[in-house]
Design a protein around this ligand. Structure first.
Ligand code: GDP
Ligand code: MG
Length: 400
């Protein structure tokens, strides 16, 4: 990966009725992790209590001054907003932070453009690259500023800083529109090929691993298929879908590892990854992986369920797998502690009981790294695949 020296970042978020201080901390922790995945270390967080984002500059003028001072003094590379910036907000913030005579340039991102940049860094196949470029370019088209460097190659070296910023933006827009049209064409072709490929996978039952990002999907994929899928402690380590044939007992099926879901991902972005998500949509069985060692795992489960609903994949057979039980911790309540029991006080046993009774589809608690309960996981998947196979091919008992 080409990340020479770590860059620095400032994070900015708002506190209001729908986004309490506690919730914002959670979002900002995640944003900090995203920034790190992108290659930037967070130097400082700024939060402001504002019922609605300032229409001009997202945060108030005074606050932005404060941010600017710190950014310039400490030569910070990126300013990252936790929520989407409108095109005009982005332009205004950029003007404030990087006036024409500025010696130090701070690049501005919002959560969406940051996620797209990460996708772009990590896309491996031509297919993933095409999807990401398209999403990134469509997001940037109305938001172009003279600091957007992605088009340098296409500009033929004419676009330099300073000079005629406006005409550079105009010509960049033209380049972008052409690129978008071309990418759409390419994507249409690849989509057709991919859908034929998927059809050619024959009568295998298809199982897809889904879940929030970084929960251990790729680790489970590796374990079940003995393949070598890239797994690391970063968000979105995998963007491309990997499909492997897996055999448990004598039952073969196809297992696919998919891109992780994340919150605050706007609908139009989910839309851009539709073809990647087809893998999920066309699966017969979903293994929904959750990271039980993460304090926010319940919120993450909800985000995944909502996204599944959004892409129309919520009516499948779903097995909920709680991973990372080895890293699970809780605060045991003292007998004389009269404070009400909260989520923090629940043991693994308590959580197991409550989830088992809540779900009629069942759930399993495992550690993919320590290989705990893997036999049970295999057995359950085997049972589900076998049942699905018998339902679909009642006359074909050959396999069993
Ligand atoms: P993905 O984004 O869902 O594909 O997650 P990965 O498989 O890339 O795993 C993310 C991180 O979680 C990696 O650092 C894994 O080593 C770690 N991880 C995966 N499974 C477990 C587990 O059972 N226990 C612990 N402690 N860590 C795990
Ligand atoms: Mg992965």
């Amino acid at each position: 990966m080409k990340n020479p020296k770590p860059k620095s970042a400032i994070l900015i978020g708002l506190i209001n009725r729908t986004q309490t201080e506690e919730l914002l901390t959670e979002y900002m922790d995640e944003l900090e992790f995203l920034a790190l995945t992108f290659g930037a270390v967070t130097k400082k967080r700024y939060t402001q209590k504002l019922e609605k984002p300032d229409v001009r500059t997202f945060i108030g003028k005074g606050k932005l001054e404060e941010v600017k001072k710190f950014a310039t003094d400490s030569k910070v590379d990126y300013l990252i907003f936790d929520d989407e910036l409108s095109p005009s907000q982005l332009r205004n913030v950029e003007k404030e932070l990087n006036p024409k005579d500025a010696e130090h340039i701070v690049r501005i991102h919002d959560r969406n453009s940051l996620i797209l940049e990460i996708f772009a860094q990590r896309a491996q196949t031509a297919y993933a690259k095409t999807q990401v470029d398209l999403a990134l370019y469509e997001y940037m088209l109305p938001r172009l500023t003279r600091l957007w460097t992605h088009l340098e190659r296409q500009r033929g070296g004419t676009g330099t800083r300073g000079g005629s910023g406006e005409s550079q933006i105009e010509s960049d827009r033209r380049i972008l529109r052409d690129r978008i049209a071309l990418l759409k064409e390419q994507l249409k072709k690849i989509d057709k090929q991919m859908s034929t490929q998927r059809k050619n996978r024959g009568e295998f039952i298809r199982v897809a691993l889904v879940g929030y990002t970084n929960v251990g999907k790729s680790t489970i994929m590796n374990m079940l298929s003995k393949s070598n899928v890239f797994a690391e402690n970063k968000l979105f380590a995998t963007l491309d879908t990997t499909v492997r044939k897996v055999v448990i007992e004598n039952v073969p099926f196809l297992l696919s590892d998919t891109v992780g879901f994340i919150r605050k991902l706007p609908h139009q972005l989910v839309e851009s990854f539709k073809s990647t998500l087809d893998e999920v949509r066309e699966a017969d069985i979903l293994i929904h992986v959750a990271d039980i060692s993460d304090a926010n795992f319940e919120a993450h489960i909800n985000v995944v369920n909502e996204t599944l609903l959004e892409i129309g994949a919520n009516d499948k057979s779903i097995l909920l797998v709680f991973n990372k039980i080895d890293a699970f911790t809780y605060v045991e309540k003292e007998a004389d502690d009269l404070a009400p029991i909260t989520r923090k006080n629940l043991s693994l046993e308590d959580l197991k009981k409550s989830w088992m009774s809540k779900l009629n589809t069942g759930c399993i608690f495992i550690s993919a790294v320590q290989k705990d309960n893997i036999a049970e996981l295999r057995k359950t998947i085997y049972g589900m695949v076998k049942e699905m196979h018998m339902k679909r091919y009642p006359y074909n008992k050959l396999l069993y």
